[in-house]
Design a protein around this ligand. Sequence first.
Ligand code: FE
Ligand code: FE
Length: 206
Amino acid sequence: MAQTTKREKRASPANPRVTQPVKRGVAGEPGAAGGPPEDSGRLDSLLGLFVHELRDTYNAEQQLITALPKMAELAEDQELATAVREHLEQTRGQLRRLDRIFASLNLSPKSIKCAGMAGILEEGEELIGKDLPGSVRDAALIAGGQRVEHYEMAAYGTLRAYAEQLGLHDAADLLDETLQEEGATDVRLSRLAERRINAGAMQGVA
Ligand code: FE
Ligand code: FE
């Protein structure tokens, strides 16, 4: 692949991450014809696919920012409600990380509808919308939440690998930070379920 994205220096406090635009304009790369990658929308290289997946993931996070407050509201268990609210804050930060990556590529954060996230959320809402005892609803909220986290982990793992391959090391670091947060949220939800919530749901109406 053409050498368009190698960075001279890694990030440091004095050299904030992904503030320098990557060089473009090499034949075969999005933007080579003079327009930025967003104008081309080309999927004929790993960089084009990376941008496409970034936009899909940006939309997934936006959908989640709309859904998480409703999930927190529905949670009966206060620790679960807190975990969901804290992940909402984290998710806002994850969106800002994506903004920084788009900025580093000289792209606006235009999103592409993420049908996968829409489907996971729709399935979860359908289940949660049924007349469930609170403890069972909490278990169902965790089930849906963990599907979301695993979907995001797959997306960020792929994006991080693409960024490394493309020499976008600062972007890879940012994507890794988000990947770690998604993984930690998944573990937190597992612990809540296995330590208390699944047992509560066994009793049915609490
Ligand atoms: Fe996320
Ligand atoms: Fe998440």
